[in-house]
Design a protein around this ligand. Structure first.
Ligand code: CTP
Ligand code: MG
Length: 171
């Protein structure tokens, strides 16, 4: 059971192919989910244009802030493997007095690679995934210190598939 405050900024954390977008679709309303791909598309006409990431995240943070100001649960579907990327989310949450929560999807790199190879919209090489996986291992050590109120780590496909979100009342 994943306890999430009913008003929270939820950061999904996981390598490409770990199932973040699938998890987001399963557990949250489409409008609750802000995905980095979508915002890259908005600002650059190309969801994969990594050079658009800075602008995409500016807009994503802006929308997240508006949602949190209105008291709406918000989920960020991005890899969130870098501490500076997560710091941006913690900052937006704090600015709106909202609790940041992390949900980590930890799957074997080999499984993620297998899934990635079957996708037309992912063309990066294996070494990119290896780097992400290394960043994930590093992240697991530092997430709790970065200001996340809770860090839920789902290990393996069974734990991810069996996860349920339980909303905690704030007052
Ligand atoms: N997938 C799957 N079984 C799951 C979860 C995902 O077969 N339990 C498949 C999806 O259908 C998709 C691929 O694995 O083809 C990647 O899943 P996705 O949720 O898109 O992964 P993300 O973590 O969102 O990947 P990215 O960071 O690249 O967006
Ligand atoms: Mg995705």
């Amino acid at each position: 059971m994943i306890d999430v405050p009913e008003l929270a900024l939820v950061a999904l954390v996981g390598i490409s192919g770990s199932g973040k977008s699938t998890f987001a679709r399963t557990h949250f309303k489409p409008t609750q989910v802000l995905s980095s791909d979508y915002f890259r598309g908005l600002v650059a006409d190309d969801e994969n244009d990594q050079s658009a990431s800075a602008d995409a995240f500016d807009v994503l943070h802006y929308v997240a802030g508006k949602r949190l100001a209105a008291g709406r649960l918000t989920v960020v579907d991005a890899t969130n493997l870098q501490s500076h990327a997560r710091a941006g989310l913690v900052k937006v949450a704090r600015e709106h007095d909202v609790l940041p929560v992390a949900i980590v999807l930890d799957v074997p790199e080999s499984l993620a690679w297998e899934r990635t190879q079957g996708r037309a919209d992912r063309t990066f090489g294996r070494q990119v995934l290896t780097r992400m996986h290394r960043d994930l291992r590093r992240s697991l050590g530092s997430l709790a210190r970065e200001g996340f109120r809770k860090v839920h780590v789902l290990r393996g496909t069974d734990e991810i598939a069996g996860a349920e979100i339980r909303y905690e009342k704030l007052f």
